[in-house]
Design a protein around this ligand. Sequence first.
Ligand code: FE
Length: 137
Amino acid sequence: MEHVVPSRDEMKKKLTPEQYRVLFEHGTEPPGTGAYEHTKTPGMYRCAACGYELFSSDAKFDSGSGWPSFDRPAHAGAVATVVDSSAGMQRTEVRCPRCGGHLGHVFTDGPTETGTRYCINSCALKLDETVPPGTTE
Ligand code: FE
């Protein structure tokens, strides 16, 4: 199935101002304010902008950071990473590989066997409850 990435103008119409700010202006939602921080509902977390499959609910854990956290992507290549030197820190930014939307950051202090903690803005995600955990479309 071929997916067409919406234009920035289409994105702006489709997304809330907060979603657009986070995804396409490298924003961060205030910690503890996102819809999915404590969500346990099974499903697939898709990119809020383009619908790409990013994280399965079975990779989600409570990190206490104030943002939804995952220990691995939905599949190899489900997320893209780039070095982020903004805000006086050296971090690894996580982006949607399809539309390039900014999702959050990834750290190497994860509590599970992967050792990885993807710290993701809730508003950059859309939970699709029709996709069973651990599967992809
Ligand atoms: Fe996307």
